[in-house]
Design a protein around this ligand. Sequence first.
Ligand SMILES: *Cc1c(COP(=O)(O)O)cnc(C)c1O
Length: 385
Amino acid sequence: MQNEKNMKFGTKAIHAGLEYDSATGAIMTPIYQTSTYVQNGVGNHKGYAYSRTQNPTRHALERNLAAIENGKHGACFGSGLAAMDCLMKILNPGDEVISTSDLYGGSYRIFTTIFEKYGIKFHFVSMADTSEIKAKINEKTKIIWVETPTNPMMNIIDIEEVSSLAKANNCMLAVDNTFATPYLQNPLDLGADVVMHSVTKYLGGHSDVVMGALICNDDKIADEIYRIQNSSGAVCGPQDSFLVLRGIKTLHLRVQRHCENGSEVANFLKNHPKVDNVYWPGFEDHPNHIVAKKQMRGYGGMVSFNMVGNKLEDALNVLNRVTIFALAESLGGVESLIGHPATMTHAAIPKEERERNGVVDSLIRLSVGVEDVEDLIGDLAKALR
Ligand SMILES: *Cc1c(COP(=O)(O)O)cnc(C)c1O
């Protein structure tokens, strides 16, 4: 496609990086379900030699994802954690990483139980401001890992501010953009070096694929990523790549509705007498609302809340009584999900550390879907009664 740089988001989501099939005119990218490619002669092939290295369906998705994140290079993996695994393998023993303390439980687990073993040191700090990062940063720091909005507390981290600190200290800034999606936030435009996605969530959008991605602008970082992607081999298959290409075509439509429904549900909960705190970055009294307003184009459909009195039993009652919200891990699909971080997504984080970050026993996390919002609010009202 011509002039992709000038396209607006929805046009890019549908067209960028994609070409109609030259053999048949098929409008959809074919699923190239093949492991290998016939060569015309030794060393003479059409750009594809083996599907771990590259596959045309995955390649189309990688170009499309790079375009919607305003990046030059994209790489897709078998899961979000496989994408993180690839990025961390750029590091050497003795290197250090400074990470958001309030982050996805699986990210905490891969850092502490896999990469610490190989001599990489992780510091988990609050990034509400940069003082704790400044206290830990030193010449061994190679990556600053930022998740914003954070999971599940919906804290907002100022990407531009952390990016200037990273640049001044010669380290890479990587942003987990899973919650915001490229429709609401583009970290590369705000100074990040690498963007990571759990494609499983909003990008796939239909709860039918597990996949991850890394996107960057720098050619040297991209070379490293592609070298590790091919050497470690945690790639995604062509069928899943096709499903995600299809999902991304409606990303802007879905996220618009997630934002509208998220706002209505967050406001309903805020006014409910049995609900104590509601965490959603769209509230004007959210501690970092100003930063959210500056770096995001909307506030998303992820909402967390805890109950007055903070009793585990009260939270469990809500979780068991809802009928439209489905009790399940994951997020970002068209259907609404409800989860209990302390026992589900964040069970891998020690209780003390978890509670220090606000993940108390009565905390409930909602992934507000794109159903009719009256039904969603009715479901919550009944469960809270
Ligand atoms: C789900 C998730 C991950 C991990 O991705 P998988 O696709 O499950 O491996 C990482 N970060 C965030 C914020 C997530 O929600």
